[in-house]
Write a protein that binds this ligand. Structure first.
Ligand code: NAD
Length: 452
């Protein structure tokens, strides 16, 4: 029994992406035909959906559904991961592709946004079945992907091995060409770049450290001694645990799809990793207290890092979040309703389209390396990533301060001046990052013109 009122809020990721876009829109430079331009900027360029018949290990044929969305190629070829998850669908992939466009624009990498997904549960598939799904998916997409049109990468439940199969399949379909740039996040032996594996977490670390250095949390200027809780223990979450620990933070809680573990004095991250490798889950690591799956979000800590899926922090649990800063390693983990509650509670959020952009930045380096037939050094990757993360963090913080002034100046007159425009909402860091992104995409579109 619960005495809480039932919660109704928008949880469809694509409609959430639209709400976020609309909150930023009033702050983006007006054009006479803003309605048409905003539809051009928001709606995806292309949505491909395919059915994938696959012979399973038991000899039976199962059909999987796959999607690839090119949200925008206005600023460059589409870029975005491929997710294998039982709950993925077209709207989720559309939202993730949209956020990729904004992310590439915030970091100023010359890509548009794209994303892919296959509705399947890789946790119960054999390696041969995963390989067959991947090959069939890439074959079915045909020339909807390509090194100069739309370039995949890893996302939830896909990894360097999956990227190797993508490269191999595409190469079989395009013999005699250097196809390495068709996909990023590849193994090092196959054109991958050093530093890609932990790039998402390292970028989140660089963003967080710089946010603190420049005064984002007054009185706290480094990670030393800060407590951190992390939801998700895969590529983003696991590397975040080791990198934030190495930077001086104390990791007090982590979780995965089966549950979480907690130690208020600090987890032994190496022991958690060993337990995960041995048993498939962090749950039950010796010397830890067990946590329910969502309880990891509510433990007392300085920094909370959601690194799993969308819509984890909602209107329902936002009032119980006990951190001072949220660093979105995942895409879309905080809903718009939760954003407003967190803002009222003075909990800051480093938004996904900034905080987890390290992955796409280093993917961009890998793509350049492949096109050049070159080999980059890891220290160069880190130095260039740091420069991009620091600069973009400063730009988003500065943009938020500028928008706060604009809000103070306009708020009383906004509705009277622009009765048909969306309401002016005081800007948080997410709105600020969206304003930068949408304005950069709008400017590129204006310079190119709407074809023909
Ligand atoms: P992953 O497959 O490597 O790991 C996902 C982790 O989340 C696993 O530990 C899994 O057990 C856990 N998980 C799944 N469902 C959960 C649930 N309901 N509650 C708690 N934990 C759950 O995936 P990843 O690449 O680390 O991606 C995680 C997030 O980071 C996603 O939102 C993804 O879009 C985002 N992201 C990833 C990259 C990248 O380069 N891999 C880049 C940017 C953003």
């Amino acid at each position: 029994m619960t005495d809480r009122a039932p919660v109704t809020e928008e949880l469809n990721p694509h409609r959430i992406a639209r709400i976020q876009f609309d909150l930023a829109a009033p702050y983006v430079r007006e054009t006479e035909d803003w309605d048409g331009i905003s539809e051009t900027l928001f709606e995806p360029d292309r949505v491909v959906s395919v059915n994938l018949p696959v012979v399973m290990d038991d000899g039976r044929v199962r059909v999987f559904r796959g999607f690839r969305v090119l949200h925008s190629d206005t600023r460059g070829p589409g870029k975005g991961g491929i997710r294998y998850h039982p709950q993925t669908d077209e709207d989720e992939v559309k939202a993730l592709a949209t956020w990729m466009s904004w992310k590439c624009a915030v970091l100023d990498v010359p890509f548009g946004g794209a994303k892919g997904g296959v509705e399947c549960d890789p946790r119960i598939l054999s390696k041969a079945e995963k390989r067959a799904i991947t090959r069939r998916f890439i074959a079915a997409l045909g020339d909807n992907i390509g090194p100069h049109t739309d370039i995949p990468a890893p996302d939830v439940y896909t990894d360097a091995q999956t990227m190797a199969w993508i490269f191999d399949t595409y190469s079989m379909m395009h013999p005699g060409e250097n196809n390495l740039a068709i996909v990023t996040g590849k193994p090092l032996d196959l054109g991958g770049i050093p530093g890609r594996a932990d790039a998402t977490a390292r970028g989140a670390l660089m963003c967080t450290e710089h946010f603190l250095e420049i005064g984002g949390m007054p009185g706290v200027y480094s990670l030393a001694g800060l407590t951190v809780a992390i939801q998700g223990f895969g590529n983003a979450g696991r590397f975040a645990a080791t990198l934030f620990r190495d930077a001086g933070a104390v990791i007090v809680a982590v979780s995965d799809s089966r549950g979480g573990v907690y130690n208020p004095d600090g987890l032994d991250v190496a022991a958690v990793e060993a337990h995960k490798d041995e048993t498939g889950s962090v749950v039950g690591t010796p010397g830890t207290q067990p946590l329910e799956r969502l309880a990891v979000l509510e433990v007392p800590c300085d920094i909370l890092i959601p690194a799993a899926l969308e819509s984890q922090i909602t209107r329902e649990n936002a009032p119980r979040i006990q951190c001072r800063l949220i660093v979105e390693a995942a895409n879309g983990p905080v809903t718009p309703a939760a954003d407003r509650i967190l803002a009222e509670r003075d909990i800051k959020v480093l938004p996904d389209i900034l905080a987890n952009a390290g992955g796409v930045v280093v993917s961009y380096f890998e793509w350049v390396q492949n096109l050049d037939n070159a080999q980059w050094e890891e220290h160069d990757v880190h130095a260039k990533l740091r420069k991009k993360m620091h600069r973009s963090t400063e730009q988003v913080v500065t943009q938020r301060l500028t928008l706060a002034e604009a809000y103070d100046f306009y708020q009383d007159r906004w509705a009277a001046l622009y009765p048909d425009a969306p309401p002016l909402v005081v800007a948080d860091l997410r709105i600020a990052a969206h304003v930068i992104a949408v304005e950069r995409c709008r400017a590129a579109l204006a310079q190119r013109g709407v074809w023909p």
